[in-house]
Design a binder for this molecule. Structure first.
Ligand SMILES: Cc1cc2nc3c(=O)[nH]c(=O)nc-3n(C[C@H](O)[C@H](O)[C@H](O)COP(=O)(O)OP(=O)(O)OC[C@H]3O[C@@H](n4cnc5c(N)ncnc54)[C@H](O)[C@@H]3O)c2cc1C
Length: 259
């Protein structure tokens, strides 16, 4: 069985910085970590490999420094890792990102199973998984909280929905997106870290995956960022003195003023 796990490098802090002129996100690879949902996705793939046998590839689109994150996935147990990195991908929205990921997946042949995190903790759209499945023409099951069975041509899962849980059996090839709590990711072993240092991460350009330049980067993005800003946070502290009754009156007046 072939499994591809989509992995995104996300900032280690929640602060996202924007370029004031282009309104694009400033990526600082040095502080990046693996998206926690993707660490869980990788763990799911490794557990399937342990029980059913599988070849696990991690795939990411990002800046060159994302190689560091992909080495970490090899240290955790992935068999190989692929990075899509090219200036042509800069400014991609989710449509252009999923298109590039789909081109890369097609290059090596659609695997039996694709696993994405439910969402990236920085972008937060949860669009990439379903978009990637649509681009590849395969079924998608989102919000998977448990994998029940993995057969040669079907996978059984439990997914969370707004109204409760659903047990779903889907034919392969398929894409699933997993919630963070599905499993606790393992930490890289010392042997794994050593192996990862020497591991070759394949780096593919837009041309190498046969991507249409009109469908990548800003050109391929259906959405355009008009303005980016951090919400202004105002803090004001008011001390209320006096008797309990005076304090209550003043507090009520303040609440009325603010509402
Ligand atoms: C209008 C717009 C403009 C943007 N402009 C820029 C920009 O200029 N520069 C920039 O860096 N970003 C930009 N982005 C952000 C970029 O599109 C997203 O980072 C990317 O598409 C993933 O979306 P997300 O973070 O919401 O992921 P989600 O859809 O929430 O992620 C779900 C899952 O998809 C997979 N996944 C997501 N992203 C990747 C990836 N890159 N590689 C592999 N797997 C992945 C992971 O498994 C992840 O858990 C822009 C987004 C929008 C909407």
């Amino acid at each position: 069985m072939k499994i591809v796990v989509c992995v995104k490098a996300v900032p280690s802090s929640t602060e996202v910085r924007f370029d004031p002129v282009s309104h694009t996100i400033i990526r600082d690879g040095k502080q990046a970590v693996i998206n926690p949902f993707d660490a869980a996705a990788l763990e799911c793939a490794l557990r399937i490999r342990e029980t059913a046998g599988a070849h696990v590839t991690t795939l990411s689109m990002g800046i060159p420094d994302t190689v560091r994150i992909l080495r970490d996935t090899v240290a955790r147990g992935a068999d190989e890792a692929v990075l899509l990195s090219d200036r042509a991908f800069a400014g991609s929205d989710t449509l252009a990102t999923s298109y590039a990921l789909a081109c890369a997946v097609r290059k090596t042949g659609v695997p039996d199973l694709l696993i994405c995190g439910k969402m990236a903790v920085d972008g937060d759209t949860a669009q990439i998984g379903p978009e990637l499945a649509a681009a590849l023409g395969i079924p998608a099951v989102t919000n998977v909280k448990e994998i029940l069975s993995v057969g040669e041509d079907r996978i059984g899962v439990i997914r969370e929905s707004d109204d409760g849980e659903q047990e779903v059996s889907v034919c392969l090839p398929a894409l699933i997106t997993v919630v963070k709590s599905i499993v606790d990711p393992r930490m890289p072993s010392i042997a794994g870290i050593r192996a990862a240092e020497a591991a070759a991460v394949s780096v593919w350009t837009a041309e190498e995956i046969g991507a249409d330049p009109e469908r990548t980067g800003l050109a391929g993005s259906a959405t355009q960022v008009v303005r980016t800003f951090s919400p202004e946070r105002k803090k004001e502290c008011v001390y209320i003195e006096g008797s309990a009754v005076e304090q209550a009156d003043r507090l009520r007046a303040l609440v009325e003023e603010l509402s």
